[in-house]
Design a protein around this ligand. Structure first.
Ligand SMILES: CCCCCCCCCCCCC/C=C/[C@@H](O)[C@H](COP(=O)(O)O)NC(=O)CCCCCCCCCCCCCCC
Length: 218
């Protein structure tokens, strides 16, 4: 599964990316890893279009996406169909370093946890964007969402670098335009539809990880 859809001139629309998260859930509320990863891939493309100052963030996200893709393409790939089947498979086969780093630094459970924490940031940021006033600053919304979520898992230096990158975010209207969804009203409506599904995917994963005591994988 090579990363092919990266051409710069390709127009893309953020609502399609957010729809991918909608398509993550199976009928019995399991989270399909291929779709989850495809959602992240789309978000990373969006972030790359905002400028190279974000490339240290997208590099890390891409490397995590790649770990998940490799697991899916590996010999036990079918075990990684959903987050639920992955957790069961990796725990049953002692493939996760649960309390301290050891021989499984790139387990699916650990890697997905990093993306899962970032999904919380996304949820908070999008909710702020959705309810923001015309003169609100995207950099402020982004850094507030970050402080409430991912920041607690990042060392000081990463927090500083992230804070600097946030300052380079375009203003609210330009940001909405890059999303390529339509008028600001249409963006707000689209976010209103997408957010409950992102929250649901987040909550299902959170509950699953909590049930198995996996929220602190180092
Ligand atoms: C559009 C603005 C983009 C702001 C992105 C906010 C998230 C800031 C994250 C900063 C991460 C810095 C890079 C390094 C991270 C790692 O240290 C750290 C820990 O990994 P380790 O345990 O393997 O060492 N990694 C992580 O926490 C995973 C971070 C994954 C970040 C993915 C961010 C993708 C953002 C997509 C933006 C899309 C915005 C769409 C809004 C309409």
């Amino acid at each position: 599964m090579a990363d092919t859809a990266m051409s710069v001139d390709e127009k893309f629309c953020l609502s399609e990316v957010l729809d991918t998260f909608k398509s993550c859930l199976t009928e019995n509320k399991e989270v399909i890893i291929d779709k989850y990863v495809a959602g992240w891939r789309g978000l990373v493309r969006f972030m790359n279009s905002l400028g190279s100052i974000f490339s240290f963030i997208s590099k890390d996200a891409v490397s995590k996406i790649q770990i998940m893709v490799n697991l899916r393409n590996g010999e036990n790939g079918e075990q990684y169909f959903t987050i639920q089947s992955m957790v069961k498979y990796e725990l049953d086969n002692s493939l996760v370093d649960i309390t301290k780093r050891g021989s499984h630094p790139e387990s699916g459970c650990r890697t997905l946890l990093r993306l899962h924490r970032a999904l919380r940031w996304l949820e908070l940021f999008l909710e702020r964007l959705r309810t923001s006033a015309e003169d609100s600053k995207t950099s402020v919304m982004c850094s507030e969402a970050y402080s409430e979520s991912l920041a607690q898992f990042h060392p000081w230096l990463i927090q500083k670098a992230a804070g600097m990158a946030f300052c380079a975010l375009p203003g609210r209207l330009t940001f909405f335009e890059v999303m390529n969804v339509g008028s600001p009203e249409q963006v707000v409506a689209m976010l209103g539809e997408a957010l409950p599904l992102i929250s649901e995917v987040y909550q299902i994963t959170e509950d699953l990880y909590a049930k198995h005591d996996l929220l602190g994988i180092p």
